[in-house]
Ligand binder design. Structure first.
Ligand SMILES: NC(=O)c1ccc[n+]([C@@H]2O[C@H](COP(=O)([O-])OP(=O)(O)OC[C@H]3O[C@@H](n4cnc5c(N)ncnc54)[C@H](OP(=O)(O)O)[C@@H]3O)[C@@H](O)[C@H]2O)c1
Length: 215
């Protein structure tokens, strides 16, 4: 399948958590890392998140950098929980929002400019391969996944993450925090997805690593 180049951005604690158990995640990494994360957005055609992230954080997912293009914002949302009051829906008239769902778009969301694509479901959620075909038709050749851990795991499980951008703050959230990658259910270590570090630097108090999949 001809598919976009897919990168995963993770902003985690030292122990690989992206939120507390109550979902609070603002902010784990520093202002400097978050600015770099917004620069990354501008380098991609699309940014995607899972529906839990939208429900919890109500993100806008823009670059907020003047003169920089905003990518298409994409949500995997089987039950179409995206609210017309969400920041994504309210800004859809200006910056495209694509929602993958099992449901058909209600009039309200459509009128606001949200594009809803009905796709099939598989074992672990919406059919990611089908979604990538749709994204190809929309001209999305590079995709940045911004979480959460459940969506990231679905892409990883299928060997669909080409690059990881990992911002790691020197704080510990503990075992009850939310994992940056959901369950993978590997039965042996040789099934693990392996990456090779391409670069490593400090950004403010955080580390920033770029890793590429070992094929
Ligand atoms: N620190 C950070 O940078 C960062 C970044 C992002 C998120 N977060 C935090 O992460 C938490 C949310 O993460 P999460 O892991 O609970 O949820 P998530 O990955 O944001 O969303 C998962 C949901 O997406 C939907 N989905 C549809 N198709 C899917 C597929 N093929 N694979 C996986 N999911 C699919 C499912 O819900 P439906 O059944 O409704 O479709 C699924 O439950 C929030 O607390 C948020 O604040 C932190």
């Amino acid at each position: 399948m001809d598919r976009p180049f897919i990168s995963l951005k993770m902003a985690t604690s030292l122990d690989g958590k992206i939120a507390l158990s109550n979902g609070q995640s603002k902010w784990i990494t520093s202002q400097e890392s978050r600015a770099k994360g917004r620069e990354l957005r501008a380098k991609h055609d699309g940014i995607c998140v899972g529906s839990n992230t939208v429900m919890k954080d109500d993100p806008l997912l823009t670059t907020r950098i003047s003169g920089q293009p905003d990518p298409v914002r994409i949500v995997y949302d089987s039950r179409l929980r995206l609210s017309p009051d969400s920041q994504l829906a309210r800004s859809a008239g200006d910056i495209p929002v694509v929602v993958f769902s099992r449901e058909k778009a209600p009039k309200g969301l459509k009128q606001m400019g949200v594009q809803v694509f009905s796709i099939a479901s598989v074992d672990d959620g919406l059919d990611i391969c089908e979604s990538l075909i749709v994204l190809g038709t929309l001209g999305v050749n590079s995709l940045l996944i911004e979480g959460g851990g459940t969506l990231a795991a679905s892409f990883l499980r299928r060997g669909l993450i080409d690059r990881i951008h990992w911002f790691r703050a020197p704080i510990v959230l503990g075992g009850d925090g939310r994992n940056c990658i959901g369950d993978m259910a590997f039965s042996s270590l040789d099934k693990a997805v392996r990456f090779q570090r391409q670069s490593y630097e400090m950004i403010g108090p955080d580390t920033y690593e770029v890793l590429e999949r070992v094929t």
